[in-house]
Write a protein that binds this ligand. Structure first.
Ligand SMILES: [Zn+2]
Length: 545
């Protein structure tokens, strides 16, 4: 099994795009009629194929022997684009500063004709991150685009693009990939790789990836690398540190029944185990959504066991619709990204969801008496709301809601829950916390899993240097750190847990002797690409600015 599956799995033809039939059909048509636009806008959630589609479009537009609007994948141009060495395909990541500089002088560069292809294709990823001057420069170019240029703007947040830009582009909306299609695709990848994975395992991967095929493929690859064949649902759960449907279902039950005491105890239990509360949060939101679907006859939630579905159906029967809607809203508003180890946001959501739905819009004193929630024997009755919310979100780090009951049966837990991230000891002693906190960070690969493979760490001058025995690990970590969102998340996590700001630097164990050289050279993706083809850095000069 090779370690570059995700690259191998990348679609090579428009009709291989999963779940984006409308997009691929229209583009195929445009290519075969030779009626390409000068600017395209690809919008939609992450991991739904925007950049892949842009690359295939670049191939199809330039292919020497296109068939029905599809690239042949074998001519020189197709191959060079696929290998990422085509001079006429320019990919700009607008989220990095370099991207913005690139746009500024782009208006001059676009005038040059392509060097080998018929079209120069500019892919601007994360286009919404461009600054106002960069947008202006881009707009000027879009107003009078040279005939040999195609722009593809890709964005997850189209509302952040100026209308002047949007109106000059042909827009395509990419949709989240439905569970069923995702499962089918994963099953097909497994067949292609001669790999045995249980349908439950694939369903869980599909469900955990939130409609992003790229995330699903990354999870599948990680699972393949970590566990091999046959792969079970337990493997996947273990890999992702998931708390599991059972716990999410129990919490959903307590939410629906407004059983606050029971719910708080459950959250406390999960926190005490050091499990990732982000996963519990996603689980309970999915579960509530599923129950709502069943309640309204909107369909059957996908990816659950028959038993779980049966219990959801039962809850759907007993819960009032407005309570369910209110609970789902409350829980889906919770943002666990900042600190997925603090139980407070979930605890608050639980309290709030138990409050009567309609009381929300009115001042607390004049609220009508709430409809009695379903009987909840052990639960304290609707606690007054103000006490807790006041401490949130401003001082959200250490505060605990005062009414959180210690269950008598719950021993004073020997393992303190992890949200107090500054015990004694050096940064190395807290490393495990960092690894845990980064468990779900990363787009293609999850850093938590990768960091477990780190052999040695060194903390100095605000840099933590990690050494990995395998170059492939180093490359994956670097690839993730190249993503500014991930990098920011990593740096925030390091600062929070280690107590002062750190940058993360990764090295293969063999590179240790060349530490300096590797570090400087690695800043350039081009140098890295060259190195991966066997090139060596012999000399380095300061960049001229
Ligand atoms: Zn071709």
């Amino acid at each position: 099994m090779s370690e570059v599956l995700y690259r191998k799995w990348r679609p090579r033809r428009l009709d291989e795009l999963v779940g984006q039939e409308a997009v691929s059909q229209t583009l195929r048509h445009a290519v075969s009629l030779n009626r390409l636009a000068h600017a395209y806008l690809f919008c939609g959630p992450r991991g739904t194929g925007k950049t892949s589609t842009a690359r295939i479009l670049a191939m199809a537009a330039n292919c020497r022997a296109p068939q029905d609007g599809e690239p042949d994948n074998t001519c020189g141009i197709c191959v060079s684009i696929r290998q990422g060495r085509a001079l006429d395909l320019i990919e700009i990541d607008a989220a990095s500063n370099r991207g913005i500089d690139d746009i500024r002088d782009l208006s001059e560069k676009v005038r040059f004709t392509p060097s080998e292809a018929s079209y120069k294709v500019y892919i601007i990823d994360e286009a919404h991150m461009l600054t106002a001057p960069a947008f202006n420069a881009l707009l000027k170019t879009l107003e009078e685009p040279p005939a040999h240029v195609i722009f593809v703007l890709a964005t997850t947040e189209v509302h952040r693009l100026p209308l002047t830009i949007i109106s000059r582009c042909q827009r395509f909306d990419f949709r989240r990939i439905p569970q069923g299609l995702m499962e089918a695709k994963l099953a097909q990848l497994c067949r292609d790789e001669d790999m045995d994975a249980s349908p439950e395992a694939l369903a869980l991967i599909a469900r955990s990836s939130g409609g992003s095929l790229r995330d699903a493929e990354n999870l599948l690859e990680q699972a393949v690398v970590s566990y091999g064949s046959p792969m079970t649902e337990a493997h996947v759960r273990d890999m992702m540190g998931l708390t599991g449907d059972e716990v999410a279902l129990q919490l959903a039950e307590r939410v629906v029944e407004a059983n606050i005491g029971g719910g708080l105890a459950l959250i406390g239990e999960v926190t005490g185990q050091g499990s990732d509360l982000g996963s519990l949060h996603r689980g309970v939101v999915d579960m509530l959504r599923g129950i709502l679907l069943l309640k309204t006859g909107g369909g059957t939630p996908e990816g659950y066991s028959d038993e779980a579905t049966a219990r959801m159906r039962e809850l759907a029967g007993s819960a009032a619709l407005d309570r369910l809607v209110h609970a789902l809203k409350t829980f889906s508003d919770v943002d666990m990204r900042r600190d997925s180890y603090s139980p407070l946001p979930l605890e608050l959501a639980l309290l709030e969801s138990a409050a009567a739905p309609k009381a929300q819009a009115m001042p607390a004193e004049s609220a009508p008496p709430p409809r009695a929630p379903a009987p909840a024997p052990a639960a304290p009755r609707r606690p007054p709301r103000p006490a807790v919310p006041e401490s949130y979100p401003g001082s959200h780090r250490q505060t605990r809601p005062p009414e959180r009951p210690r269950q008598p049966s719950e021993p004073a837990s020997p393992v303190e829950p992890p949200p107090q991230p500054r015990p004694s000891g050096g940064p190395d002693d807290r490393w495990d916390q960092v690894v845990r906190a980064l468990r779900l960070t990363g787009s293609r690969f999850k850093l938590g899993a990768l960091l477990k493979g780190c052999k040695e760490r060194e903390f100095a001058d605000g840099v933590v240097t990690l050494r990995f025995p395998y170059v492939s690990h180093v490359e994956r970590v670097k690839e993730e750190l190249d993503n500014p969102v991930t990098r920011r998340e990593v740096e925030q996590t390091l600062e929070k847990i280690l107590g002062s700001p750190y940058r993360m630097d990764v090295l293969a164990a063999a590179d240790v002797g060349n530490h300096k050289q590797v570090r400087a050279a690695d800043r350039s993706p081009m140098v890295r690409a060259a190195r991966s083809k066997g090139a060596q850095v012999v000399d380095e000069r300061e960049e001229e600015s």
